[in-house]
Design a protein around this ligand. Sequence first.
Ligand code: NAD
Length: 340
Amino acid sequence: MIKVAINGYGTIGKRVADAVAAQPDMEVVGVSKTRPSAEAYVANKRGYPLYIADIKNREKFEKVGISVAGDVEEMLKHADVVVDATPGGVGAKNKALYELFNVKAIWQGGEEHEVAGFSFNSSCNYEAALGRDAVRVVSCNTTGLCRIINAVDSVFGVGKVRATMVRRGSDPGGIKKGPVDAIVLNPVTIPSHHGPDVQTVLPHIDIVTLAMIVPTTFCHMHVVQMDLRADATREEILEIIEKHPRMGLVRKGTGITSTAELKEYACDLGRPRSDLWESCIYEESVSVVGKRELYLFQAIHQEADVVVENVDAIRAMMNGTPDPLESISTTNRSLGFTPL
Ligand code: NAD
């Protein structure tokens, strides 16, 4: 069994912990929090050993009935690999600690590419992560872009990509972020950072991205346009999406034309926490203008799509299997991930 520690048990960390616990070849040896919270109670209830960043705070946890197993350094002693899911910018500061304890490390998209020197997406570059000691799983938006661009590029060749990200203002549990009543250009300058981030995984892709933030909490929406190098039909693009283990079609028959209805659908499908691990591509939006201009809308569940990527990254780094499709299929199956 691969022993996995999760440093930072928040939006991403708690999902990664549950996904790891569901795998046949992995176990959670610990999760960490900085202060007592609802998530710390849940970690205790789930039976994950709970470690804390600063052991001087032990009493604050125990006074409110939360058991503490030790500090983060203690947690690392039990791990083969640590998934750092601390807030963006904090993760890089933990690098020296992971090196000191000789534990492999995975960072999230809130960190720079340089933290690991390798940016990961299981559908694009799984093999290059085999046996690596350090990996960065790219952000939710970059993950969504990489999946569709790489899949189309492998069949038709992609000349260029132009994409606009309409981003959620906050995660559903967030009470401190906005906007409440505005569309914020983020940034007002063009391009946004997402294009260069895609190039950390797919360096040959010509891509320009734009981004704005809107007052919503469930999903980012991408407006994607690609110029193809070979003639394609709408049906051929739909077939690529249907066959991809990390992309799903939001079918015309569902009548879903929004993220709100998509969330309800995810709940009704019985997905834990309404999580949509796949990129959700609106079937009716998939259009090929002329023969080489592709357009589509895709919803990206920001809290969920990177979770399955973290699980595959663990398997690649620990040489669990050399085959990306085998890892992806084990991850999906263990989560009960059935097509939309
Ligand atoms: P979060 O704030 O929800 O959770 C972070 C957790 O880390 C919290 O539980 C906090 O208590 C803990 N923490 C803070 N400092 C710590 C420290 N020094 N040691 C140990 N734990 C510490 O953050 P998140 O949204 O889960 O984001 C984590 C990472 O994932 C970031 O890099 C972020 O950019 C990336 N990411 C977030 C999303 C998203 O939409 N939430 C999507 C993709 C990637």
